[in-house]
Ligand binder design. Structure first.
Ligand code: IMP
Ligand code: MG
Length: 193
């Protein structure tokens, strides 16, 4: 589909298998949380997934369909890699934060954990609302020499420190619709800023 793809790092079948495993794991962990507090997971208004736009769109769409739970979705937008940059410029909230997370079991979902600034920002803002629990789930985590600003509870795949696109991840807004996680030929990447 995209001739500028250099190599496929994780193909769509491995992504789908892993998403199914992650969904099952999250469901079982939230069930356990609610049960240990004497609650019933089928009661409404307890579980909220917070996908971080735009990168988490594709992942969360697949993930929620592997989670047979009575849950709501509340999106939040964070901007960290503006335009053609391929290094984080620091995370900035780019939308309102969902307000009704107090007392809820919250799962924050993102495409990739890199420096961790994005998840840290969203985590700290949500914590102020005093959720019953907060978990972090990412499809990918970059293998970096320094630990991220926050750890994720669920990681689909660790990957080397390379710039990747596809399955929701973009370069300058493109390639999110590539079904596999891929790298681009280096001459396609112009870190202009
Ligand atoms: P962090 O705040 O440094 O952890 O960066 C996380 C955000 O940066 C993710 O939500 C992605 O949108 C973006 N990002 C990090 N690494 C990549 C990459 O290799 N390709 C595309 N986007 C990335
Ligand atoms: Mg993102």
């Amino acid at each position: 589909m995209f001739p500028e793809v250099e190599k496929i790092l994780i193909d769509r079948n491995r992504l789908a298998d892993r998403v199914a495993q992650m969904g099952a794991q999250i469901v079982s962990d939230i069930h356990a949380d609610i049960a240990s507090a004497g609650g019933n997971p089928d009661e409404p208004d307890q579980i909220v997934l917070v996908p971080i736009l735009t990168g988490a769109m594709i992942f969360v769409a697949d993930l929620v369909r592997q989670m047979p739970l009575r849950l709501r979705l509340r999106v939040v937008a964070v901007s960290s890699y503006p335009g053609t940059s391929i290094a984080s410029r620091g995370a900035m909230l780019a939308s309102e934060l969902p307000r009704d997370l107090g007392g809820k079991h919250v799962v924050v979902v993102d495409d990739i954990l890199d420096s961790g600034q994005t998840l840290r920002l969203v985590n700290d803002l949500i914590e102020k609302q005093k959720p019953a629990s907060i978990r972090h789930c990412v499809m990918l985590q970059k293998d970096l020499p320094i630990p991220p600003a926050i750890e994720a509870d669920y990681v689909g795949f660790p990957i080397p420190d390379e710039f990747v696109v596809g399955y929701g991840l973009d370069y300058d807004g493109y390639y999110r619709n590539c079904p596999d996680i891929v790298t681009l030929a280096p001459e396609r990447l112009h870190d202009a800023t």
